[in-house]
Design a protein around this ligand. Structure first.
Ligand code: C5P
Length: 292
């Protein structure tokens, strides 16, 4: 018999990768990374959790019914948590999708992490210590453990070894551009493998952000993404967006994750807003956030 659960509304924020270096391919096909995750709280999916009638989980996603499947990380998180702890309450979960999919913004992983966090908060004596919860999350998706933390973090390994890291972007404005392009992450890693087998692999467009105050434990913070050469070659519009961000006054800009979203950091809110409007006129969704 499970204890009754109460209704909750959860926010599952997006992330960007301020820096993403691919260090090499492992025997098991996964890739060693060094990446700096930064949460984007102003862009979030929401999960409405309501008590169900039995020990099943029913999921609705009004904007995208394709996501109502057992391959969704929300369902996988519920199933894995039940198997690990015996706490598997019956639930109705309504997912409102705001984070673009295939955007390199971690939406699916964040949704799954929000489910895990809620289950753990409601599991009473069966709750797991944070490290055990992070290990469970890592088994479901490489980006997922980050979303169990509450701030920026440096990730190594395949993305699961996390060190919370102070990143001071105070005074800057983040412009996130989400073009209607979907990049498949396994494809992007394979394309990187193919490009880096060649003796003359192309270089990523590096955008250095050197503030006099040290913005993170990475000094200076190098805003770059090793996926850019292969993803830009396949989707030239993304390179154009990056160039537009830089030309419009961004102090640095890069793609997030395996794309297709890009971000720029601006010193001036007006420049960020006018660039966002120009991108919207080209059919590109944008979010402007005060980094505080
Ligand atoms: O772990 P996740 O399901 O998010 O990863 C999706 C795919 O991306 C993996 O199946 C793998 O092909 C690739 N990947 C990788 N190296 C990583 C993370 C993901 O090759 N560090």
């Amino acid at each position: 018999m499970q204890a009754p659960v109460s209704e909750s509304l959860l926010a599952a924020p997006a992330k960007i990768n301020l820096h993403l270096a691919i260090l090499g391919r492992r025997e098991d096909g996964y890739h060693e990374l060094s990446t700096l995750f930064y949460p984007v709280r102003d862009l979030a999916d929401t999960l409405r959790i309501e008590p169900g009638h039995d020990e099943h989980m029913y999921m609705r996603c009004p904007e995208n019914p394709d996501l109502e499947s057992t391959s969704n990380l929300i369902y996988k998180a519920w199933k894995a948590f039940g198997a690990a702890t015996g706490f598997q309450p019956g639930l109705f979960v309504t997912l409102n999708k705001r984070i673009p999919m295939g955007g390199g913004l971690g939406g699916g992983s964040s949704d799954g992490a929000a489910m895990l966090r809620w289950l753990n908060d409601n599991a009473g004596e069966r709750a797991l210590p944070l490290q055990a919860l992070m290990d469970l999350a890592a088994g479901l998706g490489a980006d997922m453990p980050f979303f169990l933390l509450d701030g920026p973090a440096l990730a190594t390994g395949i993305g699961e070894r996390l060190t919370p890291t102070a990143v001071d972007l105070a005074g800057l404005f983040l412009l996130l551009a989400c073009p209607p392009v979907h990049v498949d992450t396994p494809w992007a890693f394979k394309a990187w493998d193919a490009a880096n087998d060649r003796p003359q692999a192309s270089q990523s467009l590096t955008s250095r952000y050197m503030e006099s105050k040290n913005p993170s434990s990475i000094s200076p913070l190098v805003v770059s993404n090793d996926f850019e050469p292969v993803v830009f070659a396949e989707h030239p519009i993304l390179r154009k967006i990056k160039e537009k961000l830089i030309r419009s006054g961004a102090v640095c800009a890069a793609m997030s994750g395996s794309g297709a979203s890009l971000f720029g950091l601006f010193r001036n809110r007006g420049s960020a807003m006018s660039t966002a409007r120009a991108l919207q006129n080209d059919g590109i969704d944008t979010v402007v956030m005060d980094c505080r």
